[in-house]
Design a protein around this ligand. Structure first.
Ligand code: SF4
Ligand code: SF4
Length: 449
């Protein structure tokens, strides 16, 4: 049964201050939940723990209790909200139309405003959300440092000397999870890539933050498949991170600043569409209208960006991409990123692209709607649950017998890569399955013609 009175500091209504100030969850959203529980079996953290407090219904009950002043917004309460992946599988399962993502983003913004996190966490958040993410140049510098750290022997020394253990926060964990970095980073500096043949459309493309340093090759492949299909691509200057990680972590003010920068950059070329090769970023940009709803000078422009934004698979299908003629003789399974499946509701287009490649055999993945556990910074902040879900997804991938798991989101690609390596180690087996993006496979097939 749902509980509105979870363990913690509980008092009669009005005892505690409740939600207040900017970006508070709205009653109309909060009280839509009728506690039916249809969402429980869709929720990855409930599936893993079986706990009501780690379910959508339990988390909403906590929000209501805090909102009504019956429960203190204490760290244990916040911990249940922090455990949420914001995968939004619960939204798809909810017959009452509860907009859970919106509720959780507003709740996290309240947590930021009304609770005090540890010093380490505050420093990490300031560096990550307010310094690095808003600065593409800063991220590229950090990426260059990480490359040197990995290749120069510094990493071996840091690990062997125990230095990582002495560092604040989870430095050891962050080190273990360091992703592969692209040889050459992708930089937005106003490049224009003309369409091949007749120009069907002119689009602005998001370079993004993490993807530009971890999967720059995929962004280049994205440009090639778009131009090959008659779409002129502008990687407009002045753009930066979409702000998704900030929004999901309750850092609304910095997310709004980042969104405004992108809006100005993209709309400067009056595009027919704005394209994202990353599911999470596309979902965030489609939500700019909501994020900037109280910014009177930007609301109309934000609305325009929301209307124009397309996921790369979506636009390829919309403009009737050409099926390749060369074959790729591989077996592929497709992993639905939550921000495509649950948020943008895009499922058919990536599969249509894969199915268009001659020779490619597409096989179904078990539990397609269960999040892989990546969820932005979740893999660092909630390592245990993230690893559990990563293993669950990787085991499902292995069970398909595929050579390749294809995806459409950088976080998922890194998580799959990490989890597939981990389970190969556990099984003392060679890892054979590769992680690719759908557009990489299309690009490869085109390149063989
Ligand atoms: S399915 Fe919707 S209405 Fe039912 S408990 Fe879950 S969030 Fe609430
Ligand atoms: S967003 Fe995902 S993890 Fe969070 S409550 Fe909903 S289903 Fe569970």
């Amino acid at each position: 049964m749902p509980t509105d009175q979870p363990a913690g500091s509980v008092g009669p209504a009005g005892t505690f201050p409740g939600f207040s100030g900017p970006h508070a969850p709205q009653d109309a959203d909060l009280y839509k939940c009728v506690h039916c529980g249809f969402c429980l079996q869709a929720c990855p953290t409930y599936l893993e723990t079986g706990l009501e407090s780690e379910s959508p219904r339990g988390r909403i009950a906590l929000m209501k209790a805090v909102n009504e002043g019956r429960l203190e917004m204490s760290l244990p309460v916040v911990g249940h909200w922090d455990m949420c992946l914001q995968c939004r599988a619960c939204e798809l399962a909810c017959p009452s139309g509860v907009e859970y993502g919106k509720l959780m983003e507003a709740t996290r913004s309240q947590v930021q405003q009304h609770t005090k996190r540890s010093l380490t966490e505050r420093v990490a958040r300031t560096v990550g959300y307010k310094t690095l993410l808003p600065s593409p140049a800063g991220l590229r510098m950090a990426g260059t440092f990480l490359k040197i750290y990995k290749k120069s022997g510094m990493r071996v020394i840091a690990r062997g000397s125990g230095l990582l253990k002495l560092m604040p926060g989870d430095a050891e964990l962050a080190d273990e999870y360091l992703p592969e970095l692209s040889k050459k980073f992708f930089t937005a500096k106003g490049q224009v890539y003309p369409a091949k043949g007749v120009r069907k459309a002119k689009v602005a493309m998001l370079a993004g933050c993490v993807m530009a340093i971890t999967h720059a090759e995929t962004l280049e492949a994205t440009v090639r498949v778009l131009t090959r299909n008659g779409i002129e691509v502008h990687v407009t200057g002045g753009q930066g991170c979409c702000g998704a990680l900030n929004t999901h972590s309750g850092e609304s003010d910095s997310a709004i600043k980042m969104a405004k920068k992108n809006i100005d950059s993209f709309l400067s070329i009056s595009p027919d569409a704005i394209v994202s090769a990353s599911a999470g970023c596309g979902a965030a940009m489609k939500d700019y209208e909501e994020l900037l709803h109280s910014e009177t000078d930007y609301i109309e422009k934000a609305k325009r960006v929301t209307e124009l934004t397309r996921d790369v698979h979506e636009i390829l299908v919309e403009y009737e991409f050409e099926a390749p003629t060369a074959s790729l003789d591989v077996t592929v399974t497709y992993q639905d990123p939550c921000h495509l499946l649950n948020v943008q509701r895009i499922t058919e287009q990536p599969r249509a692209i894969l199915n268009s490649i001659p020779g490619l055999k597409l096989v179904d993945l078990g539990e397609p709607a269960v999040c892989c556990g990546s969820a932005g910074t979740y893999s660092l902040t909630q390592r245990e649950m993230s690893a559990q879900l990563g293993t669950r997804k990787a085991r499902n991938v292995v069970a398909t017998g595929a050579d390749i798991v294809a995806t459409g989101n950088p976080g998922c690609a890194m998580q799959l890569d990490f989890a597939l390596t981990q389970i190969a180690k556990e099984d003392a087996a060679d890892r054979t399955i590769k992680v690719r993006y759908v557009v990489d496979l299309l690009d490869e097939a085109y390149s063989l013609e």
